[in-house]
Design a binder for this molecule. Sequence first.
Ligand SMILES: [Zn+2]
Length: 329
Amino acid sequence: MITLAPWLQASLENLLTRPGHAWLIQGSTGLGQYDLALALAQSWLCQAPTPQGACGKCASCHGTAVRVHADFRMLMPETEMIERAWPLSEKAQKEIDDKKRKPSREIRVDSLREMLEFCHLTRSGERGKVVMIYPAEQMNTVTAHTLLKTLEEPPADTRFILATAAADALLPTIRSRCLVYTLRWPDAGSALAWLSEQGLPGPDAAVLLRAAGGRAHDALVYFNEGMKAKDWASLPKLLLRGEAGLLGEATPAMVLSVLQKLCHDMQALACGGLPRYFEVADLPAAKNFNTLSQWSRELMDSAPSIDHTFNAGLLLQAFVSRAQRAMTA
Ligand SMILES: [Zn+2]
């Protein structure tokens, strides 16, 4: 069973008091959409649910916990399924094993069609069937339109949970077919208490929560990837000397996101404002706002292709030397 962060637990209890056959759980990244959506699905399927959620003991709870529940379908991009240890369909697994194609980064229309067969052809247990779609914005256009038809004429015994950190990227017609639940930011106190329960030492938790812009789940991801408070604090000055520091271990997408934060903070300093992600003392004195703006635009332009980087080592070198030039200009 998932132990939910306190702010997600409150959301779950709220959602459980409300009817509806299709929910859209939305909010900024790092709030825990996946955890909440899955806990809601488990509670809906549980044979002995309480106002706090699933019982965690019945056969149904066991089924969702081991990721094989006859009345549950999880729709995610294949890359996400693999990362979160969900089984792929036999057909998809075989195509990938035979190297016919790579795991998809989108939610494929094939998985949606399999889901529709599941909705229409199989009989469900007493609690009905549940479909979870995450991150919902990763449906391509064909998949999204196919889902829309299903939501317009929903199968009688199936409920849907869509979860997303980019609700604007969904078809407006899909949004309007769902009841919308918006996750709010936890206050810093409850975020820090939760991070401490997850095993983050106090000093690291405060710095990493700031590094993650207040997003508690993102702070935990940083920590689990090996980032410590001192790595974060020393990063700007290492980059100033042309050294990669902790970025040497990071994925290209992570490197980009960290540099965007650094650039944001240096621009804020250059305008007489305060940084958001780093401490003032850890940042070099910002000099030229125009140079920083130019750097910021270049970082933004590299975002769309960052996941398709061919040579991550070369890209890192280029990013580091570009950062050095922007920071010293
Ligand atoms: Zn149960």
